[in-house]
Design a protein around this ligand. Structure first.
Ligand SMILES: Cc1cc2nc3c(=O)[nH]c(=O)nc-3n(C[C@H](O)[C@H](O)[C@H](O)COP(=O)(O)OP(=O)(O)OC[C@H]3O[C@@H](n4cnc5c(N)ncnc54)[C@H](O)[C@@H]3O)c2cc1C
Length: 347
């Protein structure tokens, strides 16, 4: 991050509602402790003293009273500060069902295909992917070439928070052409805030892919929940949330299906105030609903995403089909309905 950026903050410090308390103390009070933090980890990315911690636990800054340098950066980039929920289908140029001919994935492997094509085109020279360990704990993978995408664990959905945006700090520092980022809608909003605030992110993050999302989980909570249900997490080959069910496909080929309603106690409170299903601020959104099995629904929003999809078409890298927009719209509307903000008070 450039020094000039800090100088700008010095002259344009945001208002702090609790006077006399450091900025992190304000963020803690109004976002973290109030339960609306989405765990996007953008604050952990920007903190100049690296004091803000993410990982598989709520955002924290141990000993912030002493260590916080009170620069206000965390508040500047937090998508939940003065929170106004984003929602809707967002603007888009085209919507298509697609299945990569080169990669398998969670659905049509289109996230992987878009990044592979962007690498081939030279739009980016790296992207941050979420892999996993044997217990399905997310790991971060800096993908710099297409061969890395052949590793199965790099592709597919992990229903747990991952420190993608924390890692973006390194990626924007080392890139020459640009970086691709993939994330849930709250993470996309975090990236956009970084881009509006810090020139290096503005110039170097070139492709932002938003994943459709209803909720995410802390890994340790999801893991314990599944173990309590008798699921041997280490033997899961794939997980899916579809049609109101969490489905674990085991290495044996058997499937275990649990109604999503049963996960309610472990849905993080920050997800319960989110209304953005489709990732309206992304360059291209990708999800499962709206397309036939084995296909991804792809919502192309910006010129860079259009160029990549044109490249995919020209090279015949994907089989294309029709999206049922009304099905996606249903989920878009449902998320707004079930997550009113501010939350309705119980009588
Ligand atoms: C928490 C979560 C909830 C979701 N909920 C829905 C939903 O309700 N409805 C729906 O239609 N789709 C949902 N999706 C999206 C869906 O599961 C697929 O990711 C999407 O359809 C893309 O499939 P693909 O085959 O094109 O992706 P692939 O080519 O398989 O690539 C998957 C990409 O997702 C990234 N990724 C995996 N896990 C994470 C993570 N935890 N955080 C950030 N990036 C990650 C990987 O790095 C990879 O780039 C959700 C995704 C996530 C991560």
């Amino acid at each position: 991050m450039s020094e000039a950026c800090y100088l700008k903050w010095d002259v344009e410090l945001p208002e702090r509602p609790i006077k006399g308390v450091k900025y992190f103390g304000n963020l803690k009070e109004f976002v973290i402790d109030s339960g609306i933090c989405s765990h996007c980890t953008t604050c952990a990315n920007i903190c100049p003293v690296r004091g803000i911690t993410a990982g598989d636990k709520p955002i924290d800054f141990p000993n912030w009273e002493e260590l916080c340098v009170d620069c206000g950066a965390c508040i500047r980039v937090c998508p939940r500060w003065n929170y106004v929920p984003l929602n809707g289908m967002g603007e888009f140029k085209e919507m298509v069902a697609a299945k990569s001919r080169r990669f398998t994935g969670q659905d049509g492997g289109m996230v992987t295909e878009i990044i592979a094509s962007a690498l081939e085109m030279g739009v980016i020279d790296r992207a941050i992917f979420v892999g996993r360990d044997d217990e399905w704990k997310p790991t971060i993978v800096h993908v710099k070439n297409i061969e890395q995408l052949e590793v199965e664990r790099v592709r597919g959905t992990k229903y747990s928070f991952a420190d993608v945006i924390v890692e973006l700090r390194d990626a924007v520092f080392h890139t020459e052409k640009g970086v691709g980022v993939i994330g849930t809608p709250c993470m996309v909003s975090g990236v956009r805030k970084l881009q509006k605030t810090v020139r290096r992110y503005h110039d170097r993050v070139k492709v932002v892919i938003g994943l459709f999302c209803t909720e995410n989980f802390y890994h340790h909570q999801l893991y314990s929940f599944l173990e309590e249900k008798g699921v041997d997490v280490k033997k899961i080959a794939k997980t899916d949330i579809t049609k109101g069910k969490f489905i674990a496909t085991m290495e044996s080929g058997d499937t275990i299906s649990i109604p999503v309603k049963e996960f309610e106690p472990i849905v993080p409170s920050g997800c319960k105030v989110c209304q953005d299903f489709s990732g309206v601020e992304s360059d291209v959104s990708v999800g499962s609903v709206g397309s036939p099995d084995g296909f991804s629904s792809v919502i192309v929003r910006t010129d860079v995403a259009k160029d990549i999809m044109d490249f995919i078409r020209k090279n015949d890298y994907a089989e294309l089909g029709e999206v049922k927009q009304t099905v996606i719209q249903k989920l878009v509307d449902f998320k707004i309905k079930i997550h009113p903000y501010p939350p309705k008070k119980k009588e």
